[in-house]
Design a protein around this ligand. Structure first.
Ligand code: 9L3
Ligand code: MG
Length: 133
C-alpha cells in the first residue's frame, strides 16, 4: 500500500491551549478539526516541511529549534497508509492567522475530544493531555 508521510504541529499558547484548524469545504475530510500541517514535498525534511506548512496556513515563522517531536500517528485509509509525526511548538514569530480560510480554535487538551477530528489526529490527544494536563 502507498505510504503517505504528513507532518503536524501542536502549537501551544501561554495558557497551555492547543491550536486546531478546521479543514475547509472542498478538501478531503472537510469540516473536521486537525492539527495544522501537511504533506512533505519530494526530498523535503519533515521539520522543513512543517515550517513551510505553518507559514502557508497560519502566517507564522517557526525556528527549527522550536519544534520538539512528541509522538506520531499511524492510520490505514483505504487508499493509503498515513504516518504523521506530531511536533510540539511553543514559540514562533508573528500572529497566528487563517491564511487558507480555515476556522481556527485554541482549545485546552481536555476539551479536544469535543471537536470531530480525522482518524489520524484523535489518537494523539492523550499524549497532549499527558504533556500539558
Ligand atoms: N491529515 C490528517 N491530519 C492532519 C493533517 C495535517 C493531514 N493533522 C491528512 C488529511 C489528508 C492528508 O493527511 O488525507 C494530507 O493532508 P492535506 O495535504 O490534504 O492537508
Ligand atoms: Mg494542510
Amino acid at each position: 500500500m502507498k505510504l503517505l508521510l504528513v507532518v503536524a504541529a501542536a502549537l501551544v499558547d501561554a495558557d497551555g491551549r492547543v491550536l486546531i484548524a478546521q479543514r475547509p469545504e472542498g478538501k478531503q475530510l472537510a469540516g473536521l478539526w486537525e492539527f495544522p500541517g501537511g504533506k512533505l514535498n519530494e526530498g523535503e525534511r519533515p521539520e522543513i516541511a512543517l515550517i513551510r506548512e505553518l507559514k502557508e496556513e497560519l502566517g507564522i515563522d517557526v525556528a527549527e529549534t522550536c519544534l520538539a517531536p512528541l509522538t506520531f500517528a499511524s492510520h490505514a485509509y483505504p487508499e493509503f497508509h498515513l504516518l504523521m509525526p506530531l511536533y510540539i511548538c511553543r514559540r514562533w514569530h508573528g500572529q497566528v492567522a487563517s491564511r487558507e480560510n480555515q476556522a481556527l480554535k485554541w482549545v485546552r487538551p481536555h476539551n479536544l475530544r469535543d471537536y470531530p477530528m480525522p482518524p489520524a489526529d484523535a489518537p494523539l490527544i492523550p499524549a497532549l493531555i499527558d504533556l500539558l494536563g
